[in-house]
Every structure is written in structure tokens, then in C-alpha cells.
Design a binder for this molecule. Structure first.
Ligand SMILES: [Zn+2]
Length: 290
């Protein structure tokens, strides 16, 4: 069982679910009531609109209602903040071994949709990292789906893997690998670019494995046989969500990822070795041997 309760939490997590557009229906009703009261009591509706607008901002301009988080949501937040803190501690310690300094990403929890430096994103895109604002975005209902599919300790490990993979994309951004692949997107035909996108994804999985190598000592979260089903499920849910998505929003998670087998293999390599010296290898090894 994963040991995370009571652990140190990151200060870089922002929870925007309290300002969720989920409240719009309630907000609409409440607003109608206010308008009626305003008419009855002779208050200027223009003034009221200003007050209501000030409460908004998180949901793309729609009226947004602030609400209390449920106990489950608070648990998701504590879990995420604890895992995020542990990524900060590991990368703070490990990046200097390859001559780099770690500057941690921000992380935002949201529900339904979120405004990001990469555009407005619906939940359907799944967890993603936006390099423009150096932020990981996650709608924790993704975690609920993992919980339903896996249950218990596998689900917790799987959730930690999802966070570590996205933080892995941030590490790639700091190390220049994201830029390298981005340049290829502009110069290569789609099919060739896809291969570089696969390398980037497998390297993020390797980085998640390196993190878990150090995390295992602290969290003891991996049980024999868990890794394959946990990673495969996390990625299957991500792919299902992508198929449902209906906007033009793109993130690295929208591209080709490599097979489940490749992803488990590179994660496991990182987990076994904890060796950052092998990052280059994932970009150099012949594509067929990945
Ligand atoms: Zn990814």
C-alpha cells in the first residue's frame, strides 16, 4: 500500500475546482433570483452584474459559483500535493548529477475545462503539461476512472505514475528535449515527426521510472505485477478520453505514445537504474529497437 498520508505537500499546487463551471447551473438560478429581488427592491441590475462578474474568471467568462470541496476531492488534492512535493525533492537532488538545476512546475487541478497558456482545454484531453506556462493540468475525475478500473494500491501507484509522467515532460522542457522535438514538428512530415513524439513520450516514462526509483524508498508504492496493469490502464483511459474530445486543443498527449509494452519497458528501465545518464540513449537508439 502506498505510504503518502502525512507527507510533506507541495506549495506549487493550485486547486481551481472550487471555482468550477459546474456551478453554472446553480449560478444561473441564483442569478435569476437576484434579478427578481433586484426588480422587487429597485436595485440597479447593472450594478449586480458587476458583482456577479467579479466572482467569475475560471470558466471562460461564464458565471462561476464557488463551492466547497467534497472529502474525496480534498483527499485527491492532498495525494496530488504530496506526490508533487516528492517529485520536487527527487529532481532537486538528481538534476545536479547531470549539471542542471531544478525549477519546479506549477500544477493546477480543475474540473470540466481550464484556461491555460496553451489554450482552453476540456477535461477530455486528460492530464497534460503545458510548456508555455510550465504547468501540469489535471482533472482528478481521471483518477476516479483509474480507481474504478484498478482499485486499491494499483490505482494509487497508477495515479502517482500519471503525475510523475507529466512532471517528466517538465524536466524534458528544462533539458531542451521538448524544443528539439518541437523543431522537428515544423520540419518533418507527420509520419517522421510521430517517431520523435514517441521518443519524447517514452523518455517521459523513463523519467517517471527514475523518479519512482527514488520514490520507492520513501513510498514503497510498487508491488510485484502492479506496474504493467497500472501503466497500461492509465494510458488506455487517456486514449479513450482523447477519442471523445471535440476541440482543437493539442498537447503532447495527443500525439502517438508508443505501445503499452514500450512504455512499461522504459518506465521499468528508469525504475531499475535511476540513471539520468541514459536520457540521450532514448533519442539515439534506432527506432525499431525502442
Ligand atoms: Zn506524455
Amino acid at each position: 500500500m502506498m505510504r503518502w498520508r502525512g507527507g510533506e505537500q507541495s506549495g506549487n499546487l493550485e486547486d481551481r475546482r472550487r471555482m468550477s463551471p459546474r456551478g453554472v447551473a446553480v449560478g444561473g438560478g441564483a442569478m435569476l433570483l437576484i434579478m427578481v429581488l433586484a426588480l422587487v427592491f429597485g436595485i440597479d441590475p447593472q450594478q449586480l452584474n458587476q458583482v456577479i462578474d467579479q466572482g467569475g474568471g475560471a470558466g471562460g467568462g461564464a458565471a462561476v459559483e464557488e463551492r466547497e470541496l467534497t472529502p474525496e476531492e480534498i483527499e485527491q488534492r492532498d495525494f496530488t500535493a504530496t506526490v508533487l512535493r516528492f517529485t520536487e525533492r527527487v529532481w532537486d537532488e538528481q538534476l545536479p548529477s547531470i549539471g542542471r538545476r531544478y525549477d519546479p512546475p506549477k500544477m493546477v487541478l480543475f474540473s470540466q475545462q481550464v484556461r491555460t497558456g496553451c489554450g482552453v482545454a476540456p477535461s477530455a484531453v486528460g492530464p497534460f503539461y503545458c510548456p508555455m506556462d510550465r504547468t501540469v493540468y489535471l482533472d482528478p475525475t481521471f483518477f476516479e476512472e483509474l480507481q474504478q478500473k484498478l482499485g486499491g494500491s494499483k490505482a494509487e501507484f497508477s495515479q502517482a505514475y500519471v503525475i510523475a509522467h507529466e512532471v517528466g515532460h517538465h524536466v524534458q522542457n528544462l533539458l531542451g528535449y521538448s524544443d528539439l522535438v518541437n523543431q522537428k514538428r515544423q520540419t518533418l512530415p507527420a509520419e517522421e515527426f510521430n517517431k520523435w513524439s514517441v521518443r519524447l513520450e517514452l523518455q517521459a516514462d523513463y523519467l517517471a521510472g527514475v523518479w519512482a526509483h527514488y520514490g520507492q524508498r520513501e513510498f514503497n508504492f510498487i508491488e510485484p505485477g502492479d506496474v504493467e496493469s497500472a501503466i497500461t490502464s492509465a494510458n488506455a483511459i487517456g486514449d479513450d478520453r482523447l477519442q471523445k474530445r471535440s476541440t482543437g486543443f493539442t498537447s503532447p498527449e495527443n500525439y502517438t505514445h508508443g505501445t503499452s509494452e514500450q512504455r512499461v519497458r522504459w518506465f521499468t528501465e528508469g525504475l531499475k537504474t535511476g540513471d539520468l545518464g541514459r536520457l540521450e540513449e532514448i533519442f539515439r537508439v534506432p527506432y525499431e529497437r525502442l
